[in-house]
Structures are given as structure tokens and as C-alpha cells.
Design a protein around this ligand. Sequence first.
Ligand code: CP
Length: 304
Amino acid sequence: MKNKSLISIHDYSKEDYFKIIQVASEFEKNAGQASNLLAGKIVATLFFEPSTRTRLSFESAVQRLGGRIIGFSEASSTSVAKGESLKDTVKTVSQYSDLIVMRHPIEGSARWASEVADVPVVNAGDGANQHPTQCLLDLFTINQTQGTLENLTITLVGDLKYGRTVHSLLQAMSYFNPKFRFVSPKELKMPNEYKIFLDQNNIEWSEHEDLNLVLPESDIVYVTRVQKERFSDPIEYERVKNAYVLHKSMLEGTKSNMRILHPLPRVNEINVDVDPTEKAYYFQQALNGVYTRMAIISLILGLK
Ligand code: CP
């Protein structure tokens, strides 16, 4: 992983996933202890799209490891507003930093950035394409809650068409003999290319309209937000935005090991009455983003 950009979950192997989980577990165990592992290192966070968890957990990870952060959370405050190209922006920032973390609305932009930068680039989300660090923290969290990544039944709920987190997760979990249950409005179904990928890898999957029917067999229920910003037609968004809402009453009869994950932010898709239950795991999942990103940065910079 040393000096290697992380643009797609395919850039890393199954062995790399386990290495990241192992290093992240060490950071979790030593949480609260001061570290100077990143002393003298500068990480740049370039966010062309809004973010709370990804940007702040990366920044928290760098600061916990004794490194420094530069960057922006709005392109309007940079020379992009004067018409500077993505290429020139990335090339310039790579002179100022040891690693670039970038979120951008255009699919493929992160790969392009990695080709022009003089330092490794980590994709923090490129349009509806990939969000590999979210995927790695999801793997860490699934392993933490289930004690394994093998042979799990994973129910994916919500926006399966535009949801980059579910696309990355589906591909990463394909190494571990999962069963997938897809629950979404018909307008937001899992794209065919991912179903073909699962078929080619002999992975069982099925589509369902009724979430209640698949909850009892699920080990992981991974809920996603219907992403308003990906719709060109606001009427279509209004029609589907509340298609699936998970309530506490629906958790009766679910497995004791079942945990509910969500990359967050949520809007209405998980009712707040679920939050105090032992099945709700999305805020621990957000915390795991710090440990996982500490591991990813350390490994890419060759410090672990
Ligand atoms: N999970 C996630 O990517 O959240 P943010 O959009 O807040 O970064």
C-alpha cells in the first residue's frame, strides 16, 4: 500500500483489507494515547462536495497521529472559482502536501487526480462511483460486530442506484461468500452491472419490496439515504424519498447479532426510536472511520 493511491476498492487486495483492519484495531485499542507517527507530514483535504464525517474523520485521524492538515471544504474559496482546472489545482496542492484526500462530484475525477498528482491520492467519494475509505470502515465495523466477514447475509436498503457506498461494499464483500438482499424503490434498484458481477462470482442475491420479509434472516442491515442531490427531477425524489423507513417495532424477531449500519447522513430512513436499541450501530461506525482512516494514512505513507 506504500505510496499507492486509493481510488477504488479494487485497488486493494483481500490481504490489504485485513492489514487495514488489523492496524485500525491497534489504533482503536490505543485510542486516547498521544502519537507522533505523522510528525512532519502534511495531509491536504480537497472537498468539492459537502461532507461531515469523511472530511472531519480524516482531519481527526491526522491530528491524532501528530500530523498537520491543509485544505478546503468549499471550492468557491479557491482559485477554482477563477476558472483553474482540477489538474492544476491537484498538481499545485501536491507540491504542498504528502497525501491528498479528495471528494469531487464527477465520477472518475479521483483517478484523474491520482494521475496528475506528485503524491498519493485517496478518493473520498467521486460522484455515484466509489467511496473506498467508507467501504474499508464498513468492513472494519462488520468484522467488529460479527467477529467475521465470512458467510453473512447483508441487506442493502434505500438508494441502491446512486449509492456509492453500497457499490463499493458489495464488491469488497464478494471475497467473503455473502448473501445479498436488495430492498429499494423500483426507480433506485441495484444497477445491472453489479448484479452481473455477483452472478459471475457465484454470489447469491435477491430483490425485495417488503423490508420486513428479509429483516429476520439479516446479519447486517445497511440502510442508505435517498440522495436528493443525484436527482434531476425533484418530483421523482419526492415520490421515493420516504419509501423505506426503519422503526424500532420492525426489529422484533431479528437475529441477536443483527446490527444496523448507515454511512450517514440520515434524513428519515431510520426513525430516531431505533437509536437507543442495541441493534443501532451507525454512530460507532462513524467513530470507526477515524481508526480506519488512521490506518489507511499510516500505511500509504509507509509508517506502519
Ligand atoms: N459517510 C459519509 O461519506 O458522510 P459525509 O458525506 O458526511 O462525509
